[in-house]
Design a protein around this ligand. Structure first.
Ligand SMILES: [Zn+2]
Length: 260
């Protein structure tokens, strides 16, 4: 069986990772869709880092849910399998999907990379994340302004190679997808028709998600959409499951590969 799975924020929502859309996604009354941009980072890198630091912490504390586990089980039972996820968390990986069978099309929140050169590093620990702001503020006004400057420097890490600002290794709104990752998806789509395409927990607002889903299911494959709400892809689906991914996916995977 040849299977393509596309997942989005809805799959991680039940692990407590807020989606960008809706009230839950707001952070300090700010719209994440406006924070996750090159413009926001250029204007206030510390604010953007503060937000990503909180998101990293939330993801470290989260656990894969039944949807992640179902996708991992499907990957194990399938000869030819590719997961393309829009999620920058590591919950699919922690559920057991190997890097070879997954394309993280919007990057990895635990990667920190240079905003100018090719420097990049990955780690789920503290470093290279910027440290917390020191709690003590000096009384003297002049000292305070000096301290504020150095705190700002501390909170926005800089590149060990070229000294430019480091940034999270994710794709922001308005940025291009990585060519290398696009090629991996294209290679899979060119490699043969799928038997099943599952699209779960994504509003499918990006044209490439719809394009891949339709190309993957071109020769009469099942196209299963899992989403509580209608999306632009719904009209093309051969099966619509209007339920949260953590409820629907375990059952769908049981149907496809057996319950054991
Ligand atoms: Zn650099």
């Amino acid at each position: 069986m040849r299977v393509l799975v596309l997942t989005g924020a809805g799959v991680s929502a039940e692990s407590g990772i807020p989606t960008f859309r809706g009230k839950d996604g707001y952070w300090r009354n700010l719209d994440p869709a406006k924070l996750a941009t090159p413009e926001a980072f250029a204007r206030d890198p510390q604010l953007v880092w503060d937000w990503y630091r909180e998101r990293r912490q939330r993801i470290r504390n989260a656990r894969p849910n039944a949807a992640h586990e179902a996708v991992a089980r499907l990957a194990q039972r399938t000869d030819e399998f590719l997961l393309v996820t829009q999620n920058v968390d590591d919950l699919h990986a922690r559920a057991g999907i190997s890097a070879q069978r997954m394309v993280r099309i919007h990057g990895n929140i635990f990667v920190t990379r240079c905003s100018r050169c090719d420097f990049s590093e990955e780690g789920r620990g503290g470093s290279p994340e910027p440290p917390d702001v020191p709690a003590v503020q000096p009384q003297n006004k002049r000292l305070r302004s000096i301290a504020t400057t150095s705190e700002r420097d501390l909170n926005v890490p800089t590149c060990p190679e070229c000294d430019a600002l480091l940034r999270p290794g994710v794709v922001w709104f308005g940025e291009h997808l990585s060519r290398n990752k696009l090629e991996r998806v294209e290679d899979f789509l060119d490699g043969g028709a799928c038997d099943v395409v599952i699209v779960a927990g994504t509003t499918a607002t990006f044209g490439y998600i719809i394009d891949w889903a339709l190309r993957g299911s071109r020769d009469g494959a099942q196209l299963i959409e899992v989403n509580p709400e209608e999306t632009p892809l719904s009209q093309f689906a051969t099966r619509l499951v209007r339920e949260p991914a953590a409820i629907a996916l375990p059952r769908i995977v049981d149907d496809l590969v057996g319950a054991r």
